[in-house]
Design a protein around this ligand. Sequence first.
Ligand code: G4P
Length: 533
Amino acid sequence: MADIREEVARRRTFAIISHPDAGKTTLTEKLLLYGGAIQLAGSVTARKNQSSSASDWMELERKRGISVSSTVLQFDYEGRRINLLDTPGHKDFSEDTYRVLTAVDAAVMVIDAGKGIESQTRKLFEVCRLRGIPILTFMNKLDRPARDLLELMDDIENTLQIHAYPVNWPMGAGERFKGVYDRTTREAHLFERTARGAYRAPVQVAGIGDPAVKDALDADSYREFVEQLDLLAHAGPAFDRADAAKGGTTPVFFGSAVNNFGVELLLKALLEHAPAPAARRAVGGVVIEPTDEKFSSFVFKIQGNMDPKHRDRVAFIRVVSGRFSRDLPVIHTRTGRTYRLANAHKIFGRDREIVEAAYAGDVVGLVGYADFGIGDTLAEDPEVSFDEIPRFAPECFAQMFNPNPSKYKPFAKGLEQMLREGVVRSVTLRDAPDAKSVLLAAVGPLQFEVAQFRMESEYGVESKLEATPWTLARWIGPKTAAGAVDAVGLPMKCARAKDENGAEMILFPTEWSLQYLAERHPEIELLRLPPKR
Ligand code: G4P
């Protein structure tokens, strides 16, 4: 039987974060190509053009341009086993995206070099930073006119408050992009354009003074490139590996995913900078090491309706320790029930394969266990219960009601299931409880749409949504004295509420009203994450 230590040591589990259109799908595809998991580029993006008849779920996917079905892609590269977790919610944002980031050990941030840091990248980056995981940056689309390269570095540092260290530097940009120069190995990697990068691009390596480098660039580009390298050499400190491991420095790599430029270098860097699966904290301050003999895991994502023919529901677990096997009795800590997880699958795109064994860092899809909810622990040891997956302050609120009173029961059942799975959250208003509707909260409007879609297709009930004035929420922190919030007048249209766990919140109509309260009343502690229970 495989040795747990060896299996853990060779695993790397990461996600790609980016703003829509920066090139996440293309990069994913190219990484799979280099990893040998697909032969020709095209199979990942092909889903964008799915015919509408594929399935209901796929239809929502196609309509909204989101990727919900891939979840995890696993491949081997240079002796390592790589788990690439998909961050769903493509054009739109959802809590699922955040949750995936609680299950990875590193992230690759893709930035469009023509645009710089965009809004969604910033949000996702914040989550990575909260967890202190290493972040590698891939500056994409160098084959197109890019913003000033040094400005792009400043943009990362100023906007994200992280140190950016360019490990390689582009030789020219746009039409004149000829490759990248690795500042750590002092090697130049020259690339050739291939038709839409469908095949592995040939890579040639030479030194910086090599005539091959000079010849590749026109005189102006070469001069600029040498100047920039010189500036970088004098501008900042050397690469701080330890700081990068803590997420304080991001190593930056340049390239063009669609043309295969720089993708292999990024993949190799990932093996170097992304850590093996980390230990995880459980309730009571216990730390579970990935190499512990006993199996433990937590549910980080639930996907309903993946195969509408079977109305199935998949709970995705990330293995934290030990060896997963299908006949192993495991305890669902929240209910105390014992399960044998015979319906365990590895899910690659739409293909499913039975999983026989899995180790820390791996993701397993468990089909059909209705009791499992987001954040639940499944472990051999009944004493292990992992800390809750942090939830993030919602930014979308809507009242949901049932337009058909005769369907009261299935409506309530459907909604309860959506709330249990964490598809959407509910919030209770303190001052205006309305028994006829439920106030739903989400980080992105897509979550409402998915809940409505699933309630209709799985429970046969229609639902209606009504807009509310709120766009932001904060939890009231423990430093706030009792009665302090009652003592102040909240800005117009703000409301007091409680989340599902009874934690007190304030809902705000605008960023301005939040700032107003924060500035006038510093005695009220306002938190983006719920206080620890
Ligand atoms: P996303 O998943 O982050 O949303 O981005 P995606 O990979 O779908 O890429 C968005 C668009 O950017 C695609 O073009 C893709 O081909 C293009 N792209 C990705 N990497 C590069 C690059 O290095 N250089 C250039 N020039 N373009 C790149 P599209 O027109 O939306 O789709 P398609 O018809 O090309 O597939």
